[in-house]
Design a protein around this ligand. Structure first.
Ligand code: KG4
Length: 336
């Protein structure tokens, strides 16, 4: 079964063709980062307009790269939540139009479920159940992936997402947007224990996360250095910050894995590209005996291949959208 998938939840317009949930026949991404960099973050209105400009050509490009005509597509999958409303609506309405014109089923896909499904593309042997650490610009959660379409949040952030913190700290340092990648590269050769940054614990909810205190502490440290003229050791600062994020995420993920006993852990989302988090998870899994599944770097960030992968399993589960499909800024992953 060949699915044409559309993704437009934030600042990347993407289209892909995926066969049977696992084989990527094409994957095209048009990034808007250059445009939003001018403003130091995503401007929703601009994001929507850029999606409008890009989406049709990208879908045509995805079909051409897959060597398929419109008639050879079996279904359309589209991200409908969570994300920026205006941005999501562009993809949703485009997908509706294509599905209506070609008389194809329309499959609504939850964006974070898509991030999880990126692992099915990278690891053909991976099947649920497993525990997944989902970390991106908008989400930080530990998810119990019981089946391809039944999921439960075990713990999630009470405030900021991990990626959001990387972005805010990087913006104040003036090292680029989005900031996770630049912070990761800056940490090269730094001392991971040079700066002491706080760890949050949510009482009574051991698997929940919180990053706002860490973000504020990191920003205060930068401002203090700026005001006193103290030279920050930037690689060590970036390394210590990355370590603090990892120390928040990895032990809780391992705790969740131990609780459920599946023996399998996956990671998903843009922050899954972070080298420190990857290394710490690898070391923790080597100790615990859990098998670790990391998505290939090219599939960590937003793309439509992951939407096509998840769309296949949603389709098998009978999920279809009507012509009244809407977009939602927030949506629980367990609601699908
Ligand atoms: O999954 P994604 O592309 O978009 C969302 O669905 O949110 O994630 C983007 C986030 C950004 O916050 C970006 O700074 C972060 O992923 N990111 C990283 C790294 N690469 C991207 N964070 C830490 N380390 C990285 N290497």
């Amino acid at each position: 079964m060949k699915i044409l998938a559309i993704e437009s939840s934030c600042d990347e317009t993407a289209a892909a063709v995926v066969e049977n949930g696992r084989t990527v026949l094409s994957s095209c991404v048009a990034s808007q980062i250059e445009m939003h960099t001018i403003y130091g973050g995503v401007v929703p209105e601009i994001a929507s307009r850029k999606h409008v400009e890009a989406v049709t050509a990208l879908a045509e490009q995805a079909l051409a790269q897959a060597g398929l005509s419109q008639r050879e597509i079996d279904a359309i999958a589209v991200t409908y939540a969570p994300g920026l409303i205006g941005a999501l609506l562009v993809g949703v309405n485009f997908a509706k139009g294509v599905a209506l014109a070609l008389d194809l089923p329309l499959i609504p896909v939850h964006h974070v479920r898509g991030h999880i499904a990126a692992n099915y593309i990278t690891h053909p042997d991976l099947e649920p159940p497993f525990v997944c650490l989902c970390v991106s610009g908008g989400t930080s959660a530990i998810v119990d992936v019981q089946t391809y379409t039944r999921m439960k949040i075990l713990g999630s952030t009470r405030d900021d997402a991990a990626g959001e913190c990387f972005d805010k700290v990087a913006r104040v340092l003036g090292i680029g947007y989005p900031g996770g990648g630049p912070m990761d590269r800056l940490s090269e050769g730094g001392d991971f224990s040079k700066y002491t940054l706080p760890q949050a614990h949510v009482q009574g909810a051991e698997l929940d996360l919180s990053f706002s205190g860490l973000k504020t502490a990191a920003l205060n440290l930068i401002h203090h250095a700026q005001q006193t003229g103290e030279a920050l050791d930037l690689p060590s600062f970036a390394a210590s910050f990355g370590q603090a994020v990892s120390d928040s995420l990895v032990p809780r993920t391992m705790q969740a894995a131990k609780l459920l006993g599946y023996g399998k852990i996956a990671v998903a989302g843009g922050v899954a590209a972070n080298r420190r988090i990857r290394q710490d998870l690898q070391a923790a899994c080597a100790r615990s005996g859990d098998v670790l599944y990391l998505p290939e770097l090219g599939l960590c960030g937003d793309n439509a291949a992951m939407i096509g992968a998840q769309g296949y399993y949603e389709f098998l589960d009978g999920k279809r959208a009507g012509w009244d499909l809407n977009a939602y800024a927030t949506r629980d992953i367990s609601a699908g």
